[in-house]
Design a binder for this molecule. Structure first.
Ligand SMILES: C[S@@+](CC[C@H](N)C(=O)[O-])C[C@H]1O[C@@H](n2cnc3c(N)ncnc32)[C@H](O)[C@@H]1O
Ligand SMILES: [Zn+2]
Length: 285
């Protein structure tokens, strides 16, 4: 398991099968489903933070259709390439959601490399949503699943060899604290053409996001590379269209008249445009 730390006092946590405990006596039980809840009440901004059960189910249903599998394959290959030299890689997927990408990454790395006896791979998926982590837990028992905030990750300083963040918020200070010097951060974020056809149906004016991860990450991170994963796919039924709408924030913002129009569509041609960017944690900051 990764070098987990106590969310109350930051001392190292030692694991038994059912319990994590620090030297100060703080103790955390494993949830029945097998994940660890390390989110303290005072780290929550709301009673039930992160994606709710409905959003989690919508994402699981949509991802099960397979349209994002090529994206997941590209991400896996990029992680494999980036990690190749690391011994016993300690990895975290921050904002892992219901674990689609995390689980496929784990399976890929097990098959490809990085898991010889001397090089056991340690992968944790972390999300602030208990509903998401519960669902993730069902996918894979060999991943360490954590309910925690990305702003206060319960892992030791400079302990991670790789951090992946797919479609989730960047928290530069915490990423810089937890990554080893020279270790990598890989992020997936939507490009300007992502689901353009859907956005054109929903909004009067489709704006480009203008998102620049380098400026958000600041000087603790050096940009290494960026690739674009872009392909077209077609939702072939009204049910699939509704599943996508339930998953994306665009879908949650639709006005009723547009929602009614979308209900008439038998199919929808879409573009996936996602950027995969690699950053390196600077040696000194
Ligand atoms: C758009 S989803 C992406 C999920 C997953 N990476 C994927 O691509 O399928 C964003 C996720 O970030 C989580 N999240 C929001 N705020 C967070 C925080 N402060 N710390 C950790 N996770 C957070 C949400 O619960 C949600 O699961
Ligand atoms: Zn403690």
């Amino acid at each position: 398991m990764l070098a987990l730390t106590c969310p109350s006092c930051q001392a190292p946590l030692t694991a038994t099968e059912k319990n994590l405990r620090c030297t100060a006596g703080h103790s955390f039980d494993a949830a029945r489903q097998g994940y660890w809840n390390l989110l303290l009440a005072n780290q929550k901004r709301s009673k039930d933070p992160g994606d709710n059960a409905e959003m989690v189910k919508a994402r699981t249903d949509f991802l099960a259709l397979g349209y994002y599998q090529q994206l997941s394959d590209h991400l896996n290959q990029l992680v494999g390439k980036t990690l190749s030299a690391a011994e016993c890689p300690q990895m975290m997927d921050m904002g892992c959601g219901e674990g689609y990408y995390t689980n496929r990454l784990h399976e890929y790395l097990l098959n490809e490399q990085a898991n010889t006896a001397e090089n056991p791979l340690q992968l944790a998926g972390l999300d602030i949503s208990k509903h998401a982590v519960k669902a993730a837990c069902r996918r894979n028992k060999a991943v360490t699943w954590l309910v925690a905030s990305g702003a206060n990750m319960p892992v030791a300083e400079a302990s991670l060899d790789l951090l992946t963040v797919a479609f989730s918020r960047l928290m530069p200070e915490e990423f810089a604290r937890t990554l080893k010097a020279g270790a990598h951060l890989i992020i997936a974020y939507p490009g300007d053409q992502h689901l353009r056809q859907l956005r054109e149906l929903i909004y009067k004016e489709v704006r480009e996001s203008g998102f620049d991860p380098s400026s958000v990450l600041g000087e603790a991170f050096e940009a290494i590379s960026e690739q674009q994963v872009k392909y077209d796919f077609e939702l072939t039924s009204q049910a699939e269209i509704q599943q996508l709408l339930a998953m994306t924030p665009h879908g949650w913002r639709i006005k009723q008249d547009v929602r009614d129009d979308l209900k008439q569509l038998p199919s929808l041609q879409l573009t996936l445009d996602v950027r995969l960017a690699v950053f390196r944690r600077s040696d000194a900051i």
